[in-house]
Write a protein that binds this ligand. Structure first.
Ligand code: ATP
Ligand code: MG
Length: 418
């Protein structure tokens, strides 16, 4: 996949950008607060129609035009996939209700739904906070799984958003029942239980699939990176056992704590089986949900564990071990997406080089040169060796303006050959 051209209007600090991008490596250098992260965020937004960091889309509108009546944000990409040229663009305009933005998606000039963007542009974004994938919060790890799955499978994307909606409805009902018990509570709850199980089971089954795929690649990458001999394991840590079979097993529900410690492993996890298990678990946990006023079981409580031997790296790993596992897993994301879609994703690295030691940096550089297109930001050219610098397309960003850096104009003499 090749992102050939990117155009931005009023996107954060980019009032106007027209940028041609070659295949291979593009390096973007800029001081703090010039627009490095915003650029990669914009590309990710085109791929997923979501910002990886903004809480609300209003944040994306350039401050200078936010209060103007006809202001809009536009992002447009031209890409080559399997030798075909595709154009996608997203426009955000003021909506009817105050403060909300309306999103218009176009593919090759035709109006489409945001879901139709799935799989058009594939990216793997690696940010400094992803270096803490292993030690960070469970939400970070769920997002890691979701962003990859949502780009590969529109059914997953649809199931996930339906799940989140059903979950907030069920939670609202549980809250109101806690305050004011109602004689028909179980009938009302059953409706949302069914909805939750129908779509939640898709989320769970696909997450287990992805974790297995990631593990296959990540464990190999990890051996390279660590020079060690211990195999890295990735384990699904769900809040209920998705493989539990209510017909054949009797009332033995492993506790969430037990699942959280060891995780589960299923080679195959049919959606129907997950659905039956989730239904049984929700049913048996209903009193606890009612007492808590919220849903305690489901993929919104999922986690992912990284193990060396039987040790969970989150609890027992050194900082270096945790980072190596995170790096191996991010690299695995590239490989799994390539394998599943037949297209290589664009690798976007936002200022992560400075977070890595020399050894891991060298591995990262290897990964960069092994994908067809990568865009890497950094505050310092010094984070790259001279060989890489001389072969890469180099840009400099200042105040939301990108300029091309000619190879000869950059004084490389001060940069040690590494
Ligand atoms: P760092 O090296 O510190 O990570 P960066 O180059 O990645 O810096 P960005 O996060 O891209 O910086 O932000 C660039 C500038 O854009 C910042 O000054 C930020 O405050 C500004 N900015 C953020 N949102 C908007 C917006 N909606 N309109 C205009 N400017 C914005
Ligand atoms: Mg940044």
């Amino acid at each position: 996949m090749h992102l050939r051209h990117l155009a931005l209007t009023n996107y954060r600090n980019y009032a106007r950008l027209e940028l041609a991008l070659p295949l291979g490596l593009t390096l973007v250098q800029g001081q703090n607060a010039q627009g490095k992260s915003n650029l990669l965020e914009a590309i990710t937004y085109l791929a997923t129609s979501r910002s990886p960091r903004a809480g609300s889309e209003v944040e994306l509108v350039n401050w200078l035009v936010r209060d103007e009546p006809y202001s809009y944000v536009r992002l447009a990409a031209e890409l080559m996939r399997s030798e075909r040229l595709e154009r996608i663009d997203i426009t955000l305009m003021p909506g009817k209700s105050n403060g909300r933005l309306r999103k218009q998606v176009r593919i090759n000039g035709n109006n489409k739904r945001a879901l139709d963007l799935v799989g058009m542009l594939l990216v793997v974004l690696f940010r400094p906070e992803d270096v803490d994938l292993v030690s960070g919060s469970p939400g970070l790890r769920r997002r890691y799984l979701d962003i990859a799955l949502c780009q590969m499978e529109s059914t997953y994307c649809r199931a996930l958003s339906a799940y989140n909606k059903a979950l907030s409805q069920r939670n609202a009902l549980l809250r109101s029942l806690r305050e004011k018990p109602h004689h028909n509570a179980s009938g009302q709850l059953r409706f949302w239980d069914d909805k939750l199980c129908e779509v939640g089971s898709v989320v769970v089954a696909r997450r287990q699939w992805l974790i297995n795929e990631l593990e296959n690649v990540a464990s190999l990458r990890h051996l390279d990176l660590s020079g060690g001999y211990e195999r890295l394991k990735l384990r699904y840590l769900p809040s209920f056992d998705p493989g539990y079979q209510p017909d054949t097993q009797h009332n033995h529900y492993p506790s969430t704590d037990v699942l959280r410690e060891r995780g589960v492993y299923y080679d195959q996890l049919p959606v129907e089986q997950v659905r039956a298990s989730y239904t049984a678990h929700l049913h048996s946990g209903r009193q606890r949900d009612l007492a808590a006023g919220m849903t305690l079981l489901g993929p919104h409580r999922d986690d992912l564990g990284f193990y060396l031997g039987d040790r969970n790296l989150r609890n027992y790993g050194s900082r270096g071990q945790q980072r190596t596992a995170a790096l191996a897993s991010k690299m695995a994301e590239v490989a799994v997406m390539t394998h599943a879609s037949g297209e290589s994703p664009i690798l976007l690295l936002d200022d992560v080089m400075s977070e890595l030691d020399a050894n891991r940096r060298a591995m990262m550089v290897d990964a960069l040169t092994s994908v067809p297109q990568a865009i890497v930001t950094s505050t310092d050219w010094e984070h790259f060796n001279s060989e890489l610098l001389s072969s890469a397309n180099r840009l400099q960003v200042h105040g939301g303006q990108l300029t091309q850096v000619a190879a000869e104009s950059q004084d490389l003499s001060g940069i040690a050959k590494r």
